[in-house]
Design a protein around this ligand. Structure first.
Ligand code: NAD
Length: 291
C-alpha cells in the first residue's frame, strides 16, 4: 500500500518504520523530526499525501491536526483514508472527519495505548472511530502496528474511548498511590499491602500491572527511578481532554476533575514534569495531610 505519515516524533517514527519494514511504500513529512529507516522524505504534508491510499497522522494536538488535515485533504484522492492516531479532543476529531467525508475521503480517529515501547514493538492497541469501510481499509495496518484494534463506532468514538480509559487510569493511579502512602503511615508493609490489594476488591491495572511502589509487584517505572513509561505530562494532557469533553456534553466527572487538578499541580508546580505518572507515590509519601 502507498502510505503517507505526517508527524514522525516519538510515536510516529517507529509506527512508520514498522509499516515500511512490512513492505509498504511509506512517505513521511515532519516539520522537525528526521525520517526513520525505510521512509522517504516529502517536502510538505500535501506532497506526502498525494496518491497515498492511507494518510496517517501522529501529531501533538487537535489544532495542529486540523491545520494539517485542511492541507492534506485537498491533495488526497477520493476513496483514500485519513487515519489520525494522535490523541486529540473529540470535537476536533469529529470536525476533521466531517471535512474529509465532504471531500469523499474516509476518516478514522484511532488513538493508541501502549506508548513508545508498544509503537516500536508493533503491539499498540487502537481505539477506532469511523465508518466500516475506512476501518476495513486500515485494518491490515493496525495488524502491523498493533496487537488489537477495537472499532468503537462513528467518528470521534476512538478519542472518546481513549479519554474515558485514561480518566479511569489517572483516578485509579492516584487512589493507589495515596493508599500506599496511607499504608506506610499506618505501619503496613508495602509487600503485604500489594499481596492483599492485588488479590482483593481494590485491585486494578495500576496496582497489579504497573505497581507504583519500587520493588513490589511486576517490574514497572517505579523500579527505574520513575523514568517514563507514561509521563505525568501526557496523563495531564489526557485528563484535560476528558474534562474538555465532559464540559462539552455536560457530564458530571468529579473524580476526573480532581485527578486533572492534581496532575496539573504535580506537573506545573511541583517536580512531576518528565517523571512517570506513578511518581504520585513519592509525592504523597513526602507530604502530610492538607487542611
Ligand atoms: P512528539 O512530539 O514526539 O511527535 C509529534 C511530531 O509532530 C513531532 O516530530 C513534530 O515535529 C511533528 N509536527 C508538529 N507539527 C507538525 C506539522 N504541522 N506538520 C508535520 N509534523 C508536525 O509526540 P509523540 O509522543 O510522538 O505523540 C504523538 C501523539 O501520540 C500525541 O497526540 C500523543 O498524545 C499521542 N500518544 C503519545 C504516547 C507516548 O507515550 N508518547 C502514547 C499514546 C499516545
Amino acid at each position: 500500500m502507498k502510505i503517507a505519515v505526517i508527524g514522525l516524533g516519538n510515536m510516529g517514527a517507529p509506527m512508520a518504520a514498522n509499516l515500511a519494514a512490512a513492505g509498504h511504500e511509506v512517505t513521511g513529512f515532519d516539520t522537525a523530526a528526521p525520517m526513520p529507516d525505510g521512509v522517504m522524505a516529502a517536502a510538505s504534508a500535501a506532497e506526502a499525501a498525494k496518491g497515498a491510499e492511507v494518510v496517517m497522522t501522529m501529531l501533538p494536538n487537535g489544532a495542529i491536526l486540523k491545520s494539517v488535515a485542511s492541507e492534506v485533504i485537498p491533495a488526497m484522492s477520493p476513496g483514500a483514508v485519513l487515519l489520525d492516531c494522535s490523541t486529540v479532543d473529540v470535537a476536533s476529531a469529529r470536525e476533521v472527519a466531517a471535512e474529509a467525508e465532504a471531500a469523499g475521503i474516509g476518516a478514522l480517529d484511532a488513538p493508541v495505548s501502549g506508548g513508545v515501547g508498544g509503537a516500536a514493538a508493533g503491539t499498540l492497541t487502537f481505539m477506532v472511530g469511523g465508518s466500516d469501510a475506512a476501518f476495513a481499509t486500515a485494518k491490515p495496518l493496525f495488524e502491523i502496528m498493533g496487537q488489537k484494534a477495537v472499532h468503537c463506532g462513528p467518528a470521534g468514538n476512538g478519542q472518546a474511548a481513549k479519554i474515558c480509559n485514561n480518566m479511569i487510569l489517572g483516578v485509579t493511579m492516584i487512589a493507589t498511590c495515596e493508599a500506599f502512602a496511607l499504608a506506610d503511615k499506618l505501619g503496613l508493609d508495602r509487600q503485604a499491602m500489594f499481596d492483599v490489594v492485588s488479590t482483593s476488591s481494590g485491585y486494578s491495572w495500576s496496582m497489579n500491572a504497573y505497581c507504583p511502589a519500587p520493588g513490589v509487584g511486576p517490574t514497572s517505572p517505579a523500579d527505574n527511578g520513575y523514568k517514563p513509561g507514561f509521563a505525568a505530562d501526557l496523563m495531564l494532557k489526557d485528563l484535560r481532554l476528558s474534562q474538555q469533553a465532559a464540559e462539552d456534553v455536560d457530564a458530571d466527572t468529579p473524580m476526573g476533575a480532581a485527578a486533572a487538578a492534581l496532575y496539573a499541580r504535580f506537573v506545573e508546580q511541583e517536580d512531576g514534569a518528565g517523571r512517570d505518572f506513578s511518581a504520585m507515590l513519592p509525592r504523597f509519601e513526602s507530604r502530610n495531610r492538607e487542611g
